[in-house]
Design a protein. Sequence first.
Length: 516
Amino acid sequence: MRRHAYAGQVASKGAAAGVLRRDRPVRAAPARPAASVVGAVAATLQQLVALQASSQELGREILEFQVELLEDDSFVSELIVRSGDTRDPQAAIGEVFEEQIELFASSESELFAARAADMIDLRDRLLGCFGGDREPEVDWSENSVLLADDMTPSRFLEIDWKNARGIALRAGSAGSHVALLARAQGVPMLVRIGDVDPSMLECPALLDAVAGRLIVNPEAAELGASETPIHTVKLAEDVALGPALLPDGAQVKINLSLNSLASLDETPAEWFDGIGLVRTELLLPDPAALLQQEVQANIYRRLFDWAGDRPVTIRLIDAGGDKAIPGFTIPGETNAFLGVRGARLLARRPDVLQTQYAAILEAAAGRPVRILVPMLTLPKEMEFFRRKLDEVIARQGGNAQAMLGMLVETPAAALEIGSFGADFFAIGTNDLVQYTLAVSRDSDALDFGEEIAPAVLDLIRLVLREAERTATEVTLCGDVASSLVQLRQLIDCGIRSIAVPARFAPRFKHFIRHGE
Ligand code: PEP
Ligand code: MG
């Protein structure tokens, strides 16, 4: 059997082995076709509500947009009126959706652009209710690696991920809702793998969503090696309880890194020593929330409630680069990662900064809180952030217990670490790597190997040295989750506190305790 490897972009890390199967198209016909627009809307609503009932919170939230649209009288009236004017109601429905899809797709905001995929998903589900050729369901009798052109969030939520092990998409994007769902559920996923020869279907396949490869007819040694990626190692969850102590008795603190509130309810606080990173720019429901203290305070309150007595570190909004927020970030920068991003953007919008400070302090309600400033390059930037924080604290009565820390993610910040006057340090390796090695963090064309490059390790050592000299706490927040090799290097280098997504806690604690 011919071995064949396809390169793709990792959208959800992990590894899976199984039979390569084509997932059926989204537009699958129902057993009883709908006779009218009203019937199709009702049937679609029924399907979505059933899916919501069996989904976790993130899935429910994503489907809520579609449910709300079908419950919106003006939208449904437009579908009815436009389809009533023609002999081809399905074409008319398609046209109504097309207009909306174009509108969303042309938005510069990733958030809104992702809505285009939700609209396509909804359109296909709705049109599917009118009937057509019924596509057979995938044969789930064995483990499968699914292959599809693209996948919608509602299709993802329909699939039983005990038998389906991973997804490879011909197109798709790592920023899509379905990628978000895959990451939340720990389902390995590759996007943009291009065309796959149909003769490869029903062959054994290895989805290596760490190195970014789909290997069809892999060699035995490759399958053996796939046991190594951390996501495939099954551990009892109680491994995640208790401190992670190295064989010499030193503790490595395991803090939670959080991108979405949806996962918080399902994450046991007992696994963690605290919250080490919150990407607040991903938690806001919409751009208006940038200036809504109460909306933000409600979000941050959930973090404190979850953490109890554990330390909570909240990062200020890090927009710009690949994270656009309409009306806030600057459109059309030629090199957005080197542009007005993170602290640089907040410094231009003191109204947004003050609102966030006030919301964080309101939510903390006198409890200790650590606030983290992203993307600093110059010590004077930190002075500005401290002055603004002091002003907000004074305005609220002066009782806050707030520490102001710096995220070290530029070489400039690491080299001048002692001049920033930060209360604590966090190291963001995602950006530190890209700015040190001149390698774009979303590039899959450049391969610098699995190990952390010496220059990056040297910068980390500079931070650790300053932390030791001044007895300042330091946590490593970047994405070290793809490789235990990197975790080993960081521990050897002296890192004793990390922030990781929830699902890594069991494996990392096991590794720290046993070295394997
Ligand atoms: C980092 O750069 O490592 C980091 C923690 O921040 P983000 O990935 O959100 O840029
Ligand atoms: Mg960063």
